[in-house]
Structure formats: C-alpha cells, structure tokens
Write a protein that binds this ligand. Structure first.
Ligand code: PLP
Length: 426
C-alpha cells in the first residue's frame, strides 16, 4: 500500500480516531461531589428492593414522607389558581406579597412574633432548597459551619458545596438530644459562621424549650454566628397523653419558635416547611423568616439560581396557612394514635424508646453490641420491615434506629406482630 489513502480509507481513519478520543475521555466530577459522605442507606435500599422482588410484603417505616393526603381546601385552591393566566408567568424571586403576608400573619398568630413581610420573609422551593443554599450565602471556602449529629444531611452537603468545613456537635441522650454548647471548643466557635439547629428534631424527635433557644442566642452573639433554625416539624406536637404507652414521652407543649426569644431576629433565621405540617411534601413550598440581612443574602443566591415557586402553589400555600386549627388537630390526632399504639407495643416487647416527643419519628436504642446497620438489616431480613439506621444521620446516630410513623395503624400492628414473632430484640 502506498502513502496515499483512498477516500473511503481516509474516512475510516478519521472515524476510528474520533472513536479513540471518545473512549479516552473521562468525566471527572468535582471534589465537592466526590467528598459527599457515603450513602449509608444504600445497603438497606438494596435489601429492600430484593425483598420486594422476592414478592415480600414490605412495611416501610423508613421514609419521613406523610402517607396522608393534602387537605382538600389546599387542592381546590391550586385547581382554581392554576387556571388563572395571571399565574402562568415567572413569579417574583422573593415570593408573592400575598404569600409573604400570609406567612407573617401565621407566625404572628402561632408564635406571637411580628415580622415585616417585605424583608423578613421569603418563599422557598421547599425548606430543603433554602437550607441547602444557605451556606453559599455565608460560607467562604474553609469557613466553619456548626451542625448537630445526628442531623438532617442537607446541612453538611450544603456546607461541603460551599467549600466550608462542617463541625458536628453531638446530640446525646443524656442531654435530651440538645447540643452542649459548652462542649464546642472556643477556637471552633470563634471560627464558625453559621450554626444549623433543628427542633423538633429529625431524627431524634426531641423538642427544645425557650431556655435552650436563649442560650443559643447568647452563644451566637458572643461568637458572631448566624443561627439557622430548621423548624420543619413545629406543628407536629402532642399533648403528652395519658396512656402508659407514653411513659417515655414527656408532656410536650407547642414547640417554640427560635424567633420568640428576645434578640433572636438579630442573630438568626428560621426555616419552615409546609411539607410535613400539611402533607404537602410533593408540592415544594416552604419559607424562611428572620434577620433581614440574612434573608437578603440568601435571596441573592437564589435569584441567581432559581426563579421562585409557581404562583398557583403559593396560592395553595396561603390556603394551607389559613386552614382552621381543627384541621391540624385532626392530623396530629392521627399521629398521636399511631405513636401510642406503636410505642405501647414496643414497651410490651421490652424495647427502649430513646425519644419520640414531637414530629412523626420514634428514635429507638439498638440492643447492646448491635450496630444501627446490623439492627436495620435484621428488621428487613427477619420481619420485612424497613427502618432507618441512625448512623445514616451522622456518627452520633450510631446505636439507634429511626422509625417513621408514616403508615396506617393496621400496618403498625402488623409490624409489631412480625417483630414479636421474629424476636427482633432477643
Ligand atoms: C423534611 C425535612 C425538611 C425539608 O422539607 P421540605 O419538603 O424541603 O420543605 C427540612 N428539614 C428537616 C429536618 C426535614 O425532616
């Protein structure tokens, strides 16, 4: 063969070269993706899928997603608002004035806190969105963010994405799952820019009182730290009950807002979610309230990344915030009954409940020398029940599992029956 290539050969040559280049190409994610903590639920997820594939009747007590439907007045408001062409364009980035006014009124009525709806309230695409973007507004690379362990994973992920360093303050049973502020090293406190706290707490179910929030305000002032309080479960509280089943549950009152404490608005913001309160997890709407400079900084990030919440959904959000208290009472009653039934059953089986004050989670100690992961695996393999291993929420969650009461009573009864039969605690 001579040096010259036939036309057809030339094309083959080019194609092979392109193919070679293509095969050589590697997609390399940024370190912020690679540095994300391992997904600790992956093993449980895999076991769950396998059990379902084998035709098992799996009871899912793993996910924090209400099984109850969204109340009808909210759905009807969405139906009407979605038909209005006035709602079909880009919404304003900080939220509709009418939604922000409804938020301010709700916060006033519920917590007796007065907010300026023009600059102390902003609409979020669910509180997760606002929480995840908060570090981008306040954390420079290598700045420190404080957060609790166990905790909602988004605090750490958001911090990582901003290039910050997470410092985990453990939530210990002996401290009723409140962080011991005195245990935070002074150099860390001085370096910290934000502190994520969350009460009523996911996953522990613990509630904070006003005295705790007062100590947080003092801590924030002393070290110049912005407090970011996640109040996603503020409306899921119970009256303390009277049945023996509630032995581990202290009489709870309506959880406080962080903003109720004098001076809180100078040092903090609070995230609220309509998801858990009104059974609206799929709707994607929440809000942030509090310090106006902090709200403005978060909105600066958001206005560059998203374009707000569909106005019809904000209208539906107004309908939610205006629901009569009786509607929320009905929702709380359902969880209260589930809680009494389930904790009562656990107590009869001799299992210790570490905490289940508010929210819809039960935080349960694993038996001695059994890890969270092993215990969760045992639930699935021996009783076809999905629970969440506590270490999935951080190292300090080791030694616990989380049960979500997001299924009907008869399923909880069946779960208890299976647990007894399998001697899961033996
Ligand atoms: C569910 C949850 C959220 C997020 O709720 P949204 O649906 O994004 O409003 C935030 N924080 C905690 C602790 C949660 O459990």
């Amino acid at each position: 063969m001579g040096l010259a290539l036939e036309v057809g050969q030339w094309y083959d040559f080019v194609r092979i070269k392109q193919l070679r280049n293509f095969l050589k190409m590697t997609i390399t994610p940024a370190n912020r993706i690679k540095d994300l903590p391992p997904y600790l639920f992956a093993a449980i997820d895999k076991m769950k899928q396998e059990a379902i594939a084998r035709g098992k009747d799996v009871i899912n007590l793993g996910i924090g997603d209400p099984d109850l439907p969204t109340p009808t007045p909210i759905i009807e408001r969405l139906q009407a608002a979605s038909a209005d062409p006035g709602n079909h364009q880009y919404p304003s980035y900080d939220g509709m004035p009418s939604f922000r006014r409804a938020v301010a009124k709700w916060v006033q009525d519920r917590f007796n806190v007065t907010l300026n709806p023009d600059n102390e309230v902003a609409t979020l695409i669910g509180s997760k969105e606002g929480i995840g973007h908060t570090p981008l507004a306040f954390i420079n690379p290598r700045d420190v963010a404080l957060m609790t362990s166990p905790g909602y994973p988004v605090y750490h992920a958001g911090t990582l994405f901003a290039g910050g360093i997470s410092y985990f303050v453990p939530l210990l049973e002996k401290n009723k799952f409140l962080p011991d502020l005195g245990s935070i090293p002074i150099e860390i406190a001085k370096a910290a820019k934000i502190f994520f706290i969350n009460y009523p707490n996911n996953p522990t179910g613990a509630v904070a009182n006003v005295a705790f929030f007062e100590s947080v305000v003092a801590f924030a002032r002393r070290y110049n730290i912005l407090i970011c309080h996640d109040a996603a479960y503020s409306e899921l509280y119970y009256d303390g009950g009277t049945t023996p089943a509630r032995g581990t549950t202290p009489a709870s009152v309506r959880p406080a807002s962080f903003l109720e404490v004098p001076g809180a608005t100078e040092v903090g913001i609070e995230f609220h979610s309509l998801s858990k309160t009104f059974n609206m997890t799929g709707w994607r709407i929440g809000f942030v309230v509090g310090n106006k400079d902090a709200v403005a900084a978060l909105l600066k990030v958001k206005s560059n990344l998203d374009s707000g919440v569909f106005q019809a959904v904000q209208e539906a959000g107004i309908a939610a915030l205006e629901l009569p208290e009786s509607q929320l009472e009905a929702i709380r009653k359902i969880y209260q009954e589930r809680k009494d039934l389930f904790i009562g059953g656990l107590n009869r089986l001799g299992l210790r409940v570490a905490s289940a004050e508010a929210g819809f989670y039960v935080w349960i100690n694993t038996p001695p020398n059994v890890t969270s992961t092993a215990f969760a695996a045992r639930f699935l393999s021996e009783a076809d029940i999905v629970v969440t291993p506590g270490n999935g929420f951080g190292e300090a969650g080791e030694g616990y599992i989380r049960v979500a009461l997001t299924c009907a009573e008869e399923r909880l009864v069946e779960a208890l029956r299976r647990m007894e039969k399998a001697k899961i605690f033996g």
